[in-house]
Design a protein. Sequence first.
Length: 426
Amino acid sequence: MDPATLLSLDARHVWHPYAPMPAKVPSLLVSEANGVRLTLADGRELVDGMSSWWSAIHGYRHPVLDAALAAQAGRMSHVMFGGLTHEPAVLLAKTLVDLTPDGLEHVFLCDSGSVSVEVAAKMCLQYQRSRGLPGKRRLLTWRGGYHGDTFTPMSVCDPEGGMHSLWRGVLPDQVFVPAPPSGFDTPLDPSYVDVLAKEIEAHAPELAAVIVEPVVQGAGGMRFHHPGYLRALRELTEAHDVLLIFDEIATGFGRTGALFAAEHAGVTPDVLCLGKALTGGYLSMAAALCTPVVADGIARGELPVLAHGPTFMGNPLASAVANASLGLLAEGTWRQDVARLEKGLLDGLAPARDLPAVSDVRVLGGIGVLQLDHPVDMAVATEVATGHGAWLRPFRDLVYAMPPYVSTDDDLGVITRAMLAVAEQA
Ligand code: PLP
């Protein structure tokens, strides 16, 4: 079909994320994605600064991932997971147990990050119920977070000005505490730890779990914090008989410079949510991992099973490509790659400090952020970025990038120059 017809059908029939129907702003038509480049139907090439929302860490059409997918498709694309199992899923679960912080031993494979947060919350609420404590059913989280778009994740997203504030009053009523002071290297503020301690203690009888994004609050504001607050959370949750969930859907698989952000703090949560880069961005798959304490607690309850079972759970294609992606990470070059991204982003974004609209420049691992003092018009900002040869998706007062790990210094130059141009024209 010709591009103009495709785009007009797209605008009329296809609902895009966070977009009205029918669409007001036309999408860009992508015909191919190779390495770090998106090729548009009109022939333009864009260097991808977004890794398709944190996921395509090895770039597109990676030969190892393509081969793993093709080989698996030749054997088995899908079988139901109830009563059946298969090698790709078993190997994936075992590798995830080996790679994630010690103590997480059980893996629930599901389809999307939001569902893994649902599963994590269900595990925690059911664990408390099984112990005869059904009143422990709320979640405590810090403000400024983002955990997905289904109802439980929405209930722990930033309650004010956040994307889901429309639903306050309809969503489960959770407990919100202030977000930690901003800055990965900003020294720990003991008075903030006191605030956490008071809130957790006060709400402990009704709390099933605390849920946070460790080290980086992503779509809620792209803020970084000191890992010490995660250690404080671990101590406080243990002291007050509350479970701890880390949502590493965005931060997992190397993005912050550690394989998992929890490693910066040396902390094991009771439940860990993974997604996005799990399959190297090839297919939709996520996971919720938990400790034997959580699983055994559930097994002792009146309903001894976790009543959750998505149709495409453990999908063999997604499992096989996830195994291949983890194999690439095991080769270890991602560490140098992410360190190189960090340097490229720091150097490339440094001039932004002199721009009047930029109030903060922050970089951690493979994440670069320009904080503006006012919101951008997303359509205009995207046009400026594409005009500079980069694919970016600035939103609210944030111009940010998390490029694929395989981006070269030249690619990073394109991305950072485009970010500066967006900030200059904002
Ligand atoms: N949690 C975090 C930290 C995320 O960044 C996201 C997605 O951006 C989600 C959960 C939801 O994941 P998904 O979009 O796969 O449902």
